[in-house]
Design a protein around this ligand. Structure first.
Ligand SMILES: *Cc1c(COP(=O)(O)O)cnc(C)c1O
Length: 400
């Protein structure tokens, strides 16, 4: 029975969430995803907060491909993979990803959240240890929780702290180090060469989650592992189709043959959840074709990112320096930064620029920021309008 008591507990919980400033309201889009979107309350705005890095989410070529695959392969499969949910498209996609990442094998999931959620428990036992960056994605944290291995956390991107954890875990049978390849709050690329050196020194397995990197980081889009020249030193990669690769949904784990074989046998989100829709598997193959055959989206994205970084700096703003299309514009050095960042994001939206503000308590006091995400599909005119809006609001609020 849904009791009044329980209802009251939930309402109190929601009130606390609202009071603490962490209540999430969803904005409702009325159009395809893209650089220009319709939003229910604010009308048409320029979108600077999607993970649509290559601009493919609403791309007409992919929509056409998806329509063809829908016609051929139907809407759904109504099965898990091992009963009757595997089409040749799924196998082909697994093969293409393995080749793309120079890995032995790949297993698909409905999301990267599932890939990470189902990664650790089948492979590791209480005789083993997992050593995880403090700021790793929630799905990695949850995946580790589901596993009996001993858990160690190292301070974010701190190689000294990682080494200490590796020394503490010395007695464990297998030591697995896991990190995001790119951390989404700052667009910061993990210090993979140093992490690889430590993994080598202590004989640790290395797992990298490339969700904010696959398809666009590195010269050929193979991710932060390519950017840092460590493709042959990382053992297991997880990533998503839900960001740069068309943004529908789906994820995968790539790695040694036996690892993938064990996951197919024992990984619970794979065994007990429906297969990836054929239209996504087939259309993602077309995305990989595009990524492998042309660098034009990647080149435009890089040019856009550099243009935005240069112009916003020139306009007088502080940013987190880096080499990723996530560009945080910082307010932490200013008085009352949380209220300021919130007001700033609201006024930007009023000027038709949609970017997300992060302020206390989502980030610590003194670290408020507006996170701008560039896409290959942004035109230079749109980027100029964004910087112009930042400048206007910056002057209105006395920030610059
Ligand atoms: C977005 C993200 C995920 C989740 O990917 P989905 O496919 O959307 O479930 C996992 N890990 C990282 C690092 C991410 O950024």
């Amino acid at each position: 029975m849904y009791t009044d008591r329980f209802r009251e507990l939930l309402l109190e919980n929601l009130d606390r969430t609202r009071d603490s400033g962490t209540f999430k309201r969803e904005r409702v889009l009325t159009t395809r995803q893209g650089t220009r979107v319709g939003v229910s309350e604010s009308g048409e705005v320029l979108n600077f907060c999607a993970n649509n890095y290559l601009g493919l989410s609403g791309d007409q070529r992919l929509v056409d491909t998806a329509c063809r695959i829908l016609q051929e392969r139907g809407f759904g499969l109504s099965s898990v993979r091992f009963i009757c949910g595997t089409q040749d498209l799924h196998r082909e996609l697994e093969g293409r990803i393995s080749a793309f990442l120079s890995m032995e094998d790949t297993i698909l999931y409905s999301s990267c959240f599932d890939a990470n959620g189902g990664l650790f428990e089948p492979l590791l036992t209480d005789a083993d240890a997992i050593i995880s960056d403090q700021l790793n994605h929630a799905s990695i944290i949850d995946g580790i929780r589901l596993c009996k291995a001993k858990r160690y956390r190292y301070a974010h991107a701190d190689l000294d702290d990682l080494e200490e954890a590796l020394i503490t875990a010395r007695g464990s049978r297998v030591k697995a180090v896991v990190t995001d390849g790119v951390f989404s709050m700052d667009g910061e690329i993990a210090p993979l060469p140093g992490i690889c050196d430590l993994a080598d020194k202590y004989g640790a397995l290395l797992i990298v989650d490339e969700s904010h990197a696959t398809g666009f980081i590195g010269d050929t889009g193979r991710g932060s592992i390519e950017y840092h020249g460590v493709m042959d030193r990382v053992d297991i990669v997880t990533s998503t189709f839900g960001k740069a690769l068309g943004g529908a949904s789906g994820g995968f784990t790539s790695g040694p043959r036996e690892v993938v074989e064990i996951l197919r046998q024992r990984s619970r989100p794979y065994l007990f959840s429906n297969t990836l829709a054929p239209v996504i598997a087939g259309t993602t193959l077309a995305v990989i074709d595009m990524i492998e055959s042309s660098s034009s989206e990647r080149d435009r994205l890089r040019a856009n990112q550099r243009m935005f970084r240069a112009s916003i700096r020139e306009a007088g703003f502080r940013i987190v320096e880096g080499d990723h299309p996530i560009v945080p514009v910082l307010f932490g050095h200013l008085p009352d930064d949380a209220a300021l960042a919130q007001e700033f994001a609201d006024r930007l939206l009023g000027k038709g620029i949609y970017a997300i503000g992060f302020f206390y308590p989502i980030v610590p006091r003194g670290e408020s920021r507006i996170r701008v995400q560039l896409s290959a599909a942004h035109t230079s005119g749109q980027i100029k309008r964004c910087v112009q809006a930042f400048s206007e609001v910056g002057r209105e609020l006395g920030v610059i």
